[in-house]
Design a protein around this ligand. Structure first.
Ligand code: FES
Length: 163
């Protein structure tokens, strides 16, 4: 459900564009919904479409074009490992496989305790730092060898009291 407080956040984004181009705020509105709800539902897309005066399918096209938008609920920590070619040449795929083993899930899945969702992602613009990953769409992690991956997962589990 989209609250009035959320719509006020939408309004701040819309105000950044000319009055006849408020649809330009669609990505920002989708990001706000995802920050607040963890994912973007069809119902949220409908509210955004109505708010911005654009067809719902046009909002859905944006949601599905960018892999940063979650189209279903995800775990508390979304781990997105870059597997584009430059990173593949520097152990990006190995990092993804290591996390699959460590977490006991396959890419695209969420752990049974709801803590982790594992995804692969497109280039994060930090190819020289491979393996690289993004945690919860915001925190970039570089040079993620197996030891650092273990430390990160163990640290997050410990922080959640799930050691
Ligand atoms: S290919 Fe992975 S960050 Fe560029």
């Amino acid at each position: 459900m989209i609250t009035e407080a959320t719509k006020q956040r939408f309004a701040r984004e819309v105000a950044k564009y000319p009055a006849d181009q408020k649809q330009s705020a669609v990505m920002a509105c989708l990001s706000i919904v995802q920050q607040e709800q963890g994912w973007v539902s069809a119902e949220s897309e409908a509210v955004i479409a109505e708010y911005l005066g654009m067809p719902q399918i046009a909002v859905h096209e944006v949601t599905t074009f960018y892999n940063m938008y979650n189209q279903q609920p995800v775990g508390k920590y979304k781990l997105a490992v870059c597997t584009n070619l430059p990173c593949q040449l520097r152990r990006g795929q190995d990092a993804l496989h290591h996390l699959e083993k460590k977490l006991g899930i396959s890419m695209g899945e969420t752990t049974a305790d709801g803590l982790f969702t594992l995804q692969q992602c497109e280039c994060l613009g930090a190819c020289a730092d491979a393996p690289v990953m993004l945690v919860n769409d915001r925190n970039m992690c570089s040079f993620m060898d197996d030891d650092k991956l273990d430390q990160m997962v163990d640290g997050l589990r410990a922080a959640e009291g799930k050691q």
